[in-house]
Design a binder for this molecule. Structure first.
Ligand SMILES: [Zn+2]
Ligand SMILES: [Zn+2]
Length: 191
């Protein structure tokens, strides 16, 4: 089946994954499959920084088989970095297959906001990184989900949805994934 695969690296709350998968399915109008698990790549740990190199997660995702013509989103609780930045909320191959988000910096300060705000932030970062895999670049519009977040305040300002330009680009670029989905469905029906 082609669509979006959620891959948890390490233990992720099942309710959180269910919510995310449901929301992503609705917003991106693609099937979301969320039962993949992976161990945290310990060789990606930088002991001095106590952070993990994001690209190592993308490399692991590229090796997941049976997901051709699909997009993969890794989700992990550990803090991620790339060289030159203190941290990243996530990383993706632009126009590629693999993306990853970290939950480490998305936890609300105030426990009262806990569930709603946490889920909202996760959704925004997930749509953002998946947007990159569909070939979308960063946006100047602070409200577009493709706006780059330097910090959590910028994540909170932006919406979980695309601006008009990015929406149009997304719809065009997702067509091969949809076409593959339709092809597989008719194949399934025959078999
Ligand atoms: Zn980005
Ligand atoms: Zn935009």
């Amino acid at each position: 089946m082609s669509g979006i695969y959620l891959v948890s690296f390490g233990q992720i709350q099942p309710e959180l994954l269910n919510d995310l998968s449901e929301e992503l399915g609705k917003r991106l109008a693609l099937p979301v499959i969320s039962n993949y698990r992976h161990t945290i790549p310990e060789d990606a740990l930088n002991q001095e920084r106590n952070q993990y190199m994001a690209s190592a997660f993308l490399s692991k995702l590229r090796l997941v088989t049976g997901t051709e013509n699909s997009k993969l989103l890794g989700i992990t609780g550990v803090d991620l970095y790339i060289t030159g930045l203190n941290f990243v909320f996530g990383q993706a191959h632009v126009g590629g297959k693999a993306s990853v988000i970290s939950l480490a910096r998305l936890h609300p300060q105030n426990a009262d906001d806990m569930d709603g705000l946490f889920q909202e932030r996760i959704l925004k970062e997930a749509v953002h990184e998946l947007g990159h895999t569909f070939g979308l670049d960063h946006c100047r519009d602070h409200h577009c989900v493709m706006h780059f977040s330097n910090g959590i305040a910028e994540t909170d300002i932006k919406a979980a949805s695309f601006c008009a330009r990015h929406k149009a680009e997304f719809e065009t670029n997702k067509q091969p994934v949809e076409a593959e989905q339709t092809r597989q469905q008719s194949h399934d029906a025959l078999g």
